[in-house]
Design a protein around this ligand. Structure first.
Ligand code: URA
Length: 245
């Protein structure tokens, strides 16, 4: 199989393109926080001042979590974001994809992976028969945009971790896919090099976890798209085994 064959399999030409123009399902979850959930949150908090939510993320339901994330000032990213981006998709999904953090378009729209990298992620999902929102949940390691799209600082990822941790508890996915190094390091709580970590099955509290390249990296690095295709096939096999077992 040539590289072009592989790229065609993924629905992509030499430049990655969507096979079909499938619009993203608009399921952004941040906006509508319930009044009840909002009551748990500190009110009138000056921007930038760290505060703890009145209840711990570990005990929150989805509405409470959405409200807490929307109001979060646990790190300085809360000072510069337009809006926090909780995640999108099926809250009972078998597949959970975790990226790094919102970029400019995500910050604007309140939904993860809606820019160029998101289009590629949608193509990657389509290549293995998946669709955003359909048995798939997409989240990020940090919920607020790092200014200038820089990599989140470890303390920012640490401050945001209880939210992702709770999302995983609520979703109970059968497979977690870490997209890129910051997501992998956040989930595995260790230094990760993607080249070494990909192609192996990791474990997150009993849930299989696979590490692959971040779509934004793949947009810049054509040769590694073939490796990403291998990772997608590995994910699919792992999910089949997990469902069978
Ligand atoms: N990159 C990410 O890691 N997450 C997004 O939501 C968008 C781009």
């Amino acid at each position: 199989m040539t590289r072009n064959d592989i790229l065609r399999e993924m629905g992509l030409g030499p430049v990655w393109r969507l096979r079909t123009a499938t619009p993203a399902t608009p399921v952004a979850e941040v906006a509508a926080a319930s009044t009840a959930a909002a009551e748990h949150l500190p009110q009138n908090v000056p921007a930038g001042e760290p505060v703890a939510p009145a209840i711990a993320p570990a005990a929150m339901d989805w509405d409470e979590l959405a409200a807490a994330v929307a109001a979060c000032r646990q790190c300085r990213l809360g000072e510069t974001r337009k809006q926090a981006v909780l995640g999108v998709g099926d809250r009972h999904a078998d597949w959970l994809f975790v990226g790094e953090g919102p970029g400019a378009e995500e910050d604007e729209r309140g939904e993860p992976f809606v820019g160029q990298a998101g289009k590629l992620l949608d193509s990657m999902l389509a290549a293995i028969g998946l669709k955003r929102g359909n048995d798939v949940y997409i989240a990020n390691a940090v919920k607020c945009r790092p200014p200038g799209n820089r990599t989140p600082e470890p303390e920012e990822a640490a401050a945001c971790w209880p939210y992702l941790e709770r999302q995983i508890e609520l979703i109970r996915p059968k497979l977690i896919v870490a997209l890129g190094r910051p997501a992998a390091q956040t989930l595995l709580q260790t230094e990760v090099k993607i080249a070494a970590a990909r192609g192996r099955l990791h474990d997150y509290r009993g849930i299989p976890l696979i590490v692959t390249y971040h779509p934004a990296y793949l947009l810049r690095t054509l040769p590694d798209k073939a490796l990403a295709w291998e990772d997608l096939c590995f994910m699919k096999r792992t999910m089949q085994a997990s469902r069978a077992g």
